[in-house]
Design a protein around this ligand. Structure first.
Ligand code: IMP
Ligand code: MG
Length: 186
């Protein structure tokens, strides 16, 4: 982020820790057990949308104890102010035919829900055996489209958060916890 010049400035914008590493790991272990029990014996494809979900994906897949495959997608959304025009562009697509998989979308955060609503629509049109959404964080107060995750690990208030894959201007993705970003510095 070009307007951060020093490490002091960088750390100064981390307002407070919202979810600790330990809380993240406890919730992820539980989610992994739930997914393992629910899908045991079925062909699972975990699909994460880059970049934000890469850290969550890495930990969640290691908490799953049954056979599963992993895939990544990149999506860009175009919206005019508040109205979704359903324009999501897949900039990197899956390589496999998903019609023989139970697909689980692994997302970092659901905010307005627009991106995931469109991505889920695209994946659903490819006829997977089933489609579920797992999100680490959910900001339901910000929702603009009808979208509910099948599994949400933490519900958070309307704050801008960073860390554990989530960025502000591409920084902070490597923080091991979820923190509130100091909006006054934005
Ligand atoms: P949506 O289409 O509004 O649900 O957009 C969700 C995407 O916006 C997420 O995948 C994040 O990349 C980004 N986003 C939403 N809220 C936050 C936040 O608090 N911190 C960092 N990124 C966020
Ligand atoms: Mg994302």
């Amino acid at each position: 982020m070009e307007n951060i010049k020093t490490t002091e400035e960088y750390t100064g914008r981390i307002k407070r820790i919202l979810i600790t590493e330990e809380e993240l790991q406890t919730a992820i272990q539980k989610a992994g057990q739930q997914i393992s029990a629910g899908y045991d014996g079925r062909p699972i494809l975990l699909v994460s949308i880059l970049k934000g979900a890469f850290v969550f994906m890495a930990d969640l897949c290691r908490a799953i104890t049954v056979p599963c495959e992993i895939a990544f997608m990149c999506a860009k959304s175009y919206y005019n102010n508040t109205v979704s025009c359903g324009q999501v562009q897949i900039t990197m697509d899956l390589e496999q035919d998903i019609s023989n998989y139970h697909v689980i979308i692994v997302e970092d955060i659901i905010d307005t829900g627009r991106t995931l609503h469109d991505v889920a629509g695209i994946l659903r049109s490819r006829n997977p055996l089933s489609l579920q959404i797992v999100t680490l964080l959910d900001k339901p107060s910000r929702r603009k489209v009808d979208l509910t995750a099948d599994l949400s690990l933490f519900t958070i208030p309307d704050l801008f958060v960073i860390g554990y894959g989530l960025d502000c201007g591409e920084y902070y993705r490597n923080l091991p916890y979820i923190a509130e970003y100091d909006e006054t510095a934005r």
